[in-house]
Ligand binder design. Structure first.
Ligand code: NAP
Length: 269
């Protein structure tokens, strides 16, 4: 698995990680079974994990699956509250799930971001938070996101990027590169909506790039823009995780192959 410098930070990240929205918001036997997905992440080196207090049981379930190997994982989670007390509770909960430390602590959807950055900065000074980041999923919020990205306390940004959602190309990715921010790509499969079947014949021209499945093509499409440091597909399946992780190796695609994949995705550039 290729690892990239996470912007200008001291962190190095694997190019493929894992999201936990919906897939880790499970209980009982289903939650116990998620350890196999995390096992696959460690086997393949896809050891960057993203969660949020917005994802129900996900932080708790992720934390349980990391038991005994927390130190070898990079944990990114978020705080998502306009109320200070509620934010404090979310932070206490996350720290209890992740052994007292969050490596990348993000302001989810930039909710009350000025207040939350103060809180996260204090946490960083205490050693309980590593890098501070901001996230948003919606292009309508990108002007506000840009403002938050320019705050000197912010070192990372999480945004959606895939052939159907390319708005970040105009301002967010150039600004992230200029500012030296780490870039986390959410929704690589547009919440699964890009995952309709693509024939083996259509994928054949991509074989020299190590691509054998359509999700791998989408992941390589993202990561071939080297302004992106880690993509975080969510999955409830160890087999899917292994297949996704296999896309985390060079060779990377050129402009022609990326355009070809965009056309296959039904979103010609
Ligand atoms: N504002 C924010 O900060 C924000 C917003 C949205 C998302 N996120 C983060 O980004 C992560 C990823 O986004 P997402 O969860 O919306 O969607 P996604 O990763 O684009 O798609 C997830 C879907 O893809 C399927 N999938 C994954 N690998 C597959 C494979 N190899 N073959 C077939 N299907 C596959 C999964 O189903 P299976 O379980 O069957 O594999 C799941 O239904 C989230 O989990 C979350 O951590 C952050």
């Amino acid at each position: 698995m290729e690892r990239r410098a996470f912007g200008n930070t001291a962190l190095e990240v694997p190019v493929i990680g894992m999201g936990t929205w919906k897939t880790f918001d499970v209980r009982g036997k289903e939650a116990d079974a998620r350890v196999r997905v995390t096992d696959a992440a460690f086997e393949t080196g896809a050891t960057f994990f993203d969660s949020s207090p917005m994802y129900g049981e996900a932080e708790q379930v992720l934390g349980q699956t990391l038991n005994g190997r927390r130190d070898r994982a990079i944990v990114a989670t978020k705080v998502w509250a306009s109320d200070d007390g509620e934010a404090e509770q979310q932070i206490d909960h996350a720290l209890s799930c992740f052994g007292g430390r969050v490596d990348v602590y993000q302001v989810h959807n930039i909710v009350a971001w000025r207040k939350r950055l103060e809180q996260l900065q204090r946490l960083k000074e205490e050693g309980a938070a590593g890098i501070i980041g901001v996230t948003h999923y919606s292009a309508s919020a990108y002007d506000d996101l840009l403002q938050a990205m320019r705050d000197p306390r912010v070192q990372a940004v999480q945004i959606p990027y895939n052939p159907a959602q390319r708005t970040v190309e105009s301002k967010i990715l150039p600004a992230a590169a200029d500012l030296g921010l780490g870039v986390i790509v959410m929704r690589p499969f547009a919440e699964g909506s890009l995952l309709s079947q693509v024939s083996k014949a259509a994928l054949a021209p991509l074989a020299p790039f190590g691509i054998t499945t359509w999700p791998q093509a989408l992941l390589k499409w993202i990561l071939s823009d080297t302004r992106c440091h880690v993509a975080i597909p969510a999955t409830s399946s160890a087999a899917h995780l292994r297949a996704n992780a296999a896309a985390g190796e060079p060779p990377w695609l050129g402009a022609d192959e990326r355009a070809y994949i965009s056309r296959l995705a039904g979103h010609p550039s």
